[in-house]
Design a protein around this ligand. Structure first.
Ligand code: SAH
Length: 471
């Protein structure tokens, strides 16, 4: 550490900026946000700068069109020198320092008492990143990443916690306080608050403060959508929850790259199900989620795609609610939209299809999918069939019998959004043959309807390529 970070209270204290250009403007924004009394002084002040702070002018921001003099720096806690002339800047820096101010000279680290960090401002929570002035752009990139992980209402959460500080001090012994707060911030109370349920969070907090110590730990289960495979399709919230989890129960379709977002010491439990090979029965998964939460664990139940689209997320949520366990759902990009995006094919399109229906091609046991084929065929819009690979020819036959045209375009997208993605295009009458001929194993979605013709040809596989693949 070359520089020591400290947070300075600038409310109603004098800060001076010597300079009237773009750099001065950027710095002025920061100091105004911190509540300082700001003097901006320069022989020429840009019209843009003047306009931006005009509403604060006179009370908070004082603009002086003049060449700075030594006296102008008197009483300043901080002086920022944003003057392009290096020799001049050095003179101002000296005057400012003599007046007792901490000095920052833009782009001249050697003349600085302090550097300005990249700042993440969440009200009561401020995060500052420094590269000692050596690589500000790197600092900004890092800031963008942290910014993404810090929930928007983090500052409000800190204020909420602050309002309980005295109550916690009065009821919880000093040696227990740290773990109490850890549970609050990682558990259901903070989550409730961040979701916007302030009343629920307050009630839960009062309840937690008043409960005997032995019963105090509350676990939580987050049912989280992992998207179709590309880790970049995770939501920011999914990433944050993964990094917070003690235990992750995941499916077969969740890739390793996604699990890599978890803390290194988090337990990962595979409860995947391949079709007809139910690794862990559903009831057992539910029972496990409940018992882990009751142990006080922060549990993530991670599912491919979206948990509420053919994901049995609804059943798990019901079971958790019945057991009185706090449970929350975070959506994910479902296979249909993920695959459509990577195939360059809209699911609805003003010229081709006014609606889209997601159906499952999978039925219990070996039975055939029990769907209202004539209704589906009559609508003539886009159909996305999940889990339909092994029944592709049966499905096509049913749609044709129900009156859908043999030449209706179809697209098959396997491993959508993953590096091994494959896309095959053709006509409805050939759907079964396309699946067999191209050795489609899944996971894949079958898209039936005019929009399927829009799938990007340059991404589609030809029969010849499949032959090479199988050789
Ligand atoms: N909840 C998931 C669906 C689970 S059912 C979601 O919202 O996406 C499993 C089926 O999803 C697979 O049989 C396949 O039809 C589809 N699927 C999941 N991931 C896929 C992917 N990357 N590419 C194509 N299809 C996928």
């Amino acid at each position: 550490m070359n520089n020591f970070p400290a947070f300075i209270d600038l409310k109603d204290r004098k800060v001076i900026i010597a300079g009237g250009g773009e750099e001065a403007r950027r710095k002025a924004r920061l100091y105004v946000a911190a509540g300082a009394h700001l003097s901006i002084i320069a022989p020429v002040i840009d019209a843009g700068l003047a306009a931006e702070f005009s509403e604060h002018a006179s009370e908070r921001v004082h603009m002086i069109t003049a060449t700075p003099a030594a006296l102008d720096f008197e009483g300043a806690v901080i002086a920022v020198i944003a003057d392009a002339d290096e020799a001049q800047a050095a003179v101002y820096a000296k005057w400012a320092r003599n007046a007792g101010a901490l000095v920052n000279v833009v782009d001249q680290p050697a003349l600085c008492d302090f550097t300005t960090p990249s700042i993440i401002d969440r009200g009561q929570v401020t995060i500052a990143i420094s590269t000692d002035g050596a690589a500000p752009v790197l600092g900004q990139q890092l800031r963008a990443k942290v910014e993404a992980l810090a929930p928007a209402r983090l500052g409000n959460l800190a204020a909420f916690a602050g309002s309980f500080r005295d109550a916690v001090k009065a009821t919880i012994s000093a040696d227990q306080r740290r773990s109490f707060w850890t549970d609050v911030f990682r558990g259901p109370i903070a989550h409730r608050f961040l979701q916007g349920d302030e009343t629920g969070a307050r009630e839960a907090m009062i309840d937690a403060v008043n409960r005997p110590q032995a019963e105090r730990r509350d676990g939580v289960v987050h049912i989280v959508g992992a998207g179709p495979g590309d880790p970049e399709l995770l939501t920011l919230k999914a990433v944050r929850l993964l990094q917070d989890a003690d235990v992750i129960l995941h499916d077969r379709l969740v890739s390793k790259e996604i699990l890599d977002f978890a803390r290194r010491d988090a337990d990962r439990i595979y409860v995947g199900k391949a079709k007809a090979d139910h690794a862990v029965p559903q009831e057992e998964i539910e029972a496990r989620l409940i018992s882990l939460a009751r142990e006080g664990k922060n549990v993530v139940r991670l599912k491919g795609g979206d948990p509420f689209v053919f994901g049995r997320g609804g059943e798990e949520l019901d079971a958790l609610r019945k057991a009185g366990v706090a449970a929350f759902v975070t959506p994910g990009v479902t296979a249909a939209t993920g695959c459509a995006a990577s195939a360059g094919m809209a699911l609805t399109h003003r010229d081709h299809s006014q609606a889209v229906t997601f159906v499952t091609g999978h039925a219990r046991g070996e039975a055939e999918p029990d769907l209202n084929w004539s209704a589906l065929a009559a609508l003539e819009h886009t159909l996305v069939i999940y889990m339909g690979v092994s029944k592709a020819s049966v499905i096509a036959g049913n749609l044709l019998d129900a009156g859908r045209r043999a030449a209706t375009p179809v697209a098959i997208i396997e491993n959508g959004s993953r590096p091994d993605q494959r896309i095959v295009k053709g006509a409805l009458a050939d759907l079964g043959a396309l699946v067999d001929g191209h050795l489609i194993k899944g996971p894949a979605v079958l898209v039936v309807g005019e929009v399927a013709a829009l799938a990007d040809d340059t991404l589609c596989e030809t029969a010849l390529q499949t032959e090479r693949l199988s050789a």
